[in-house]
Design a protein around this ligand. Structure first.
Ligand SMILES: C[S@@+](CC[C@H](N)C(=O)[O-])C[C@H]1O[C@@H](n2cnc3c(N)ncnc32)[C@H](O)[C@@H]1O
Length: 282
């Protein structure tokens, strides 16, 4: 058989349903495998996570899409210091924030205290813990915004679906998402992971979940009080570096960041695209 005919036959035989999207996800997203490392990473980020970024656009759009009823209870998985849990608390009956990072949950509790918010409960738990054993109950709405940092995506989605009484809503990056390929390239590293929203959406399809899909852009730019904080933050994203790589990172920062109104920020703002997917329970 000629090569061309063979390839056409091969393509003709290909069936998208035979692709194991969860297996591909596992290969592309190694981050979720080491939960202890993940916890340390997010604990270290907690003090600066809620500050230095104006991201009201993402939050407002996400809340408009999930459209919760005032009498609902909401389970927010990977809630961090309350990006969504705090604004949600004013709109619904009760919010339960779940996160692997105790420092993030400290931030959420501090935010609630500051805002006089009394209807937010926190539970320190990871995606893979036994939520029932931690007294987490099914909620009307379950959300996982920018927090699907998991090794087994199928298991995580099935768990969200099981704990939702009415609606599930997740969001994941489009393309590079928050990763900065220019910065990684400057220090000789490749982008980690590669499974963006399309892997998730295909898996939802395979799981029989017909999700709505909407794209959002985070417009908020993170800003930093000084260059050393900025350097340490970027270094966290890269991992361990040799002295010459650290020098390359400092050169990248000098070239790509400027001081505006007393804070360091990107010379050219970067937009980050997110895909929000949501489905109602039957
Ligand atoms: C990018 S933040 C997202 C925060 C918030 N949902 C938002 O949209 O701004 C990711 C959060 O997921 C949490 N997280 C990461 N891995 C987790 C795991 N295995 N179990 C539970 N939470 C996890 C982190 O601690 C962090 O607070």
């Amino acid at each position: 058989m000629q090569l061309q005919t063979f390839l056409i036959r091969q393509r003709g035989d290909m069936d998208i349903r035979s692709i194991d999207w969860n297996e591909i996800w596992k290969q592309h997203n190694p981050e979720g495998r080491d939960e202890e490392r993940t916890r340390i990473y997010w604990d270290n980020r907690a003090s600066s996570f809620a500050t230095g970024v104006e991201d009201d656009f993402y939050v407002n759009q996400f809340l408009t899409l999930i459209d919760p009823c005032p009498e609902w209870r909401v389970l927010d998985v990977g809630c961090a210091s309350g990006t969504l849990a705090i604004p949600l608390a004013g709109r619904v009956r009760q919010v339960t924030g779940v996160d692997i990072s105790g420092a993030m949950l400290d931030g959420l509790r501090a935010g609630c205290e500051k805002g006089g918010i009394g209807n937010v409960k926190t539970v320190r738990a990871s995606w893979t813990d036994d939520w029932r054993a931690l007294a987490i109950e099914p909620h009307d709405l379950v959300i996982a915004s920018r927090s699907l940092i998991v090794a087994d995506l199928r298991q995580a989605i099935a768990k969200l679906d099981r704990f939702a009484l009415r609606r599930v809503c997740i969001s994941t990056p489009v393309g590079d998402g928050p990763q900065d390929p220019a910065m990684l390239g400057a220090v000789g590293r490749r982008r980690r992971g590669g499974a963006d929203y399309i892997y998730v959406y295909n898996l939802l399809y395979q799981m029989g979940l017909q999700a709505n899909l909407q794209f959002l852009t985070s417009r908020g730019q993170r800003t930093y009080p000084d260059k050393e904080t900025l350097f340490l933050r970027m270094r966290d994203k890269v991992g361990e570096m040799l002295p010459q790589e650290e020098k390359a990172l400092r050169d990248y920062i000098d070239h790509s960041f400027v001081l505006r109104e007393g804070r360091w920020q990107r010379r050219e703002p970067r937009s980050i695209r997110w895909a929000v997917m949501w489905w109602d329970k039957d």
